[in-house]
Write a protein that binds this ligand. Structure first.
Ligand code: GLP
Length: 249
């Protein structure tokens, strides 16, 4: 694990440089994205868009995958991750929409959808570079803490604090209580991973995730076993870590 502490305003450049280098080396890369607040708050997708428009990032041959999606709402609902990705990234870069892959939020048979997603990832040859957030309860993608976590993609019951806010569902639909998420195999097989975990609210889970014992009760601890992970922190989220564990940019 390579842990780097930087100022929040440095994140977009660091992540932009990594993804740009990946695309330059392998134009048909499989890029893994994430939802959550960090990519927006720190301007990561905005950076991809700017670099794309300036001709420095070419997504035309790339595939983009997202590892999770809420379950039980129509695909075009404003709260789906598909809608989030379209609004914040896909619509403004030159990726072929046919090469963007997110589990279906409203499949006829969720178990079949999970299987289909695993087959797709296998067919793509796995993810080359995955951007990831860190949930305050230690979830990555949407693998919630449990006694055991599947290796393959599965339907997960979401913890209450991780469900979308009820006011987004004033349209009469029920707030999703489940999601489809990749399992541990997807994460362990990704060739490189960048995790962004910023702010004081992440300090205690950062310590647990990256220095604690590996356990499915803190899914992010599995990242300790991965051969190519970069963790991006700021001063606040790093404050419980021993200084010798990280470098400061
Ligand atoms: C959602 C996503 C996760 C992400 C998490 C935290 O729950 N499904 O993949 O890790 O948000 O992200 P953030 O702290 O950036 O909001």
């Amino acid at each position: 694990m390579n842990i780097i502490v930087m100022k929040p305003e440095q994140i977009r450049k660091y992540v932009g440089d990594r993804f740009q280098a990946q695309l330059k080396e392998i134009p048909h890369s499989v890029l893994g994205m994430t939802t959550g607040s960090s990519p927006l708050k720190f301007g990561i997708y905005d950076e991809f868009i700017k670099r794309g428009q300036a001709g420095n990032m070419d997504f035309s041959e790339a595939a983009i995958v997202n590892p999770d999606e809420l379950l039980g709402i129509p695909q075009d609902h404003p709260e789906t991750y598909r809608t989030y990705m379209k609004e914040h990234l896909f619509n403004d870069i030159n990726v072929n929409p046919l090469n963007t892959h997110i589990p279906d939020s409203d499949p006829e048979n969720p178990e079949d959808e999970c299987k289909k997603f695993d087959e797709l990832i296998d067919k793509l040859g796995g993810v080359d570079l995955q951007l990831m957030g860190l949930g305050e309860n230690g979830h990555i993608a949407f693998m919630e803490p449990k006694e055991a976590i599947p290796a393959s993609t599965y339907v997960v019951d979401l913890e209450e604090q991780n469900r979308p806010a009820a006011d987004a569902f004033a349209d009469g639909l029920e707030v999703p209580k489940q999601a489809i998420t990749v399992g541990l195999r997807y994460v362990m097989k990704a060739r490189a991973i960048i995790v962004v975990a910023i702010g004081a609210s992440k300090a205690s889970i950062v310590k647990e995730a990256f220095t604690g014992p590996v356990t499915t009760k803190v899914p992010a601890t599995f990242l300790q076993l991965h051969p190519n992970v970069t963790i991006i922190l700021d001063e606040e989220s790093a404050k419980e870590l021993p200084e010798e564990l990280y470098q400061v940019l």
